[in-house]
Design a protein around this ligand. Structure first.
Ligand code: IPD
Ligand code: CA
Ligand code: CA
Length: 264
C-alpha cells in the first residue's frame, strides 16, 4: 500500500521536475530537429527524446526501483503491474508541435501495483497543469476541478480521429452531437472532457502512454473511461478508448458499434 503522505511527497517532487523541465523547453524548441518514424505522419523530435531521457534520469536518481514505460525509448513491459510504474508520453501531439508550435502536452501516469496514484497532463503552450491525486481529486494549476455534470450528446461537442471511423458512423456521430472539434493531442482532447467542455473523446487505437493519465482523472471526476465494449482498459496495452461525460457515453457507444464502426 502506498500511504497518502508517500503519494503527496512524490507528487510535490514530480511537480518540481515538471516546473524545471518547462524552463528547458523553449531552448529545445528553438533547436528543433524532426525525424519520421513509421510514416510521414509519425514524427519525433529532439524535444520528445530529451524530455523522456530527463525523466529517466529523474527516476534513476531519486526512485531507482521504479519502472518506466515511455513512448520513445522505454518499451520493457515486464514488471509494470507490480510495484512502482511510470508511463510517459513526453510530447503528445508532436505533429502539432512541429506544424503549429501549439496544442501539445506531456502526459505522465504513476501506478502502484497496477492502480493509478498520480496523473499529470501538462499543456505547456497554455501553462496549464492538470493533476490528479488518488483520493484527493483533480486540479488545474492547483484549483480544484469539479466533477462533470451529466449532459446529453445532443448538447455536447465531441472529438475523435476521423481518419479511421467509417463514413456512416462518423456522420451518425455528427448528427447526434452538438458538434465536432479535434485538437489532435489525445491528452488535450481528453482534458476538454475532464473540464466539461467536450462530451467525449474517442481514440480507436490508443497507446498506453496516450491515456496513462486519464484513468485517474476519470476516477476522480466521475467520467466514463472504457473500451467500446464498456470494459476496463489494460494500462499496459491500451487499445480502443473512450473518455466520456456519463450523459453521452451510452449513446456514443450505440452509434459506434452500429454502422460498421471503425477500421481496426
Ligand atoms: C498522437 C496524438 C494524436 C493521436 C495519435 C497519437 P503523439 O500522439 O495523441 O491525437 O490521434 O494516435 O499517436 O504521437 O503525438 O504522441
Ligand atoms: Ca501520444
Ligand atoms: Ca508522443
Amino acid at each position: 500500500m502506498l500511504s497518502e503522505s508517500q503519494r503527496h511527497t512524490i507528487d510535490q517532487h514530480v511537480q518540481q521536475w515538471i516546473h524545471q523541465m518547462s524552463q528547458e523547453i523553449p531552448e529545445l524548441i528553438q533547436q528543433i530537429q524532426t525525424d519520421t518514424k513509421s510514416s510521414r505522419f509519425d514524427l519525433v523530435t529532439n524535444v520528445d527524446r530529451t524530455i523522456e531521457s530527463r525523466f529517466e534520469q529523474f527516476l534513476k536518481t531519486h526512485y531507482p526501483d521504479h519502472h518506466l514505460y515511455g513512448e520513445e525509448a522505454h518499451h520493457e513491459t515486464h514488471h509494470l503491474r507490480e510495484g512502482h510504474t511510470w508511463l510517459i508520453d513526453p510530447i503528445d501531439g508532436t505533429a502539432n508541435l512541429v506544424k503549429q508550435q501549439d496544442d501539445f502536452c506531456m502526459i505522465i501516469g504513476y501506478f502502484f501495483d497496477g492502480e493509478p496514484q498520480l496523473s499529470y497532463i501538462y499543456d505547456y503552450p497554455r501553462q496549464k497543469l492538470y493533476r490528479a491525486v488518488k483520493g484527493s481529486g483533480a486540479f488545474l494549476n492547483d484549483i480544484r476541478m469539479q466533477p462533470v455534470t451529466p449532459q446529453s450528446l445532443k448538447d455536447k461537442i465531441i472529438s475523435f480521429n476521423n481518419r479511421v471511423l467509417n463514413d456512416e458512423t462518423m456522420h451518425a456521430l455528427l448528427d447526434a452531437s452538438f458538434g465536432y472539434r479535434l485538437i489532435g493531442a489525445c491528452g488535450l482532447d481528453s482534458a476538454r472532457v475532464m473540464t466539461g467542455q467536450f462530451g467525449a473523446h474517442i481514440h480507436t487505437n490508443a497507446k498506453p502512454w496516450d491515456i496513462a493519465a486519464q484513468f485517474l482523472f476519470a476516477q476522480e471526476l466521475g467520467l466514463k473511461m472504457t473500451d467500446f465494449e464498456q470494459q476496463p482498459i489494460d494500462f499496459v496495452h491500451g487499445g480502443p478508448f473512450i473518455i466520456s461525460n456519463p450523459g453521452c457515453y451510452e449513446t456514443i457507444l450505440d452509434i459506434l458499434l452500429s454502422n460498421g464502426g471503425y477500421q481496426k
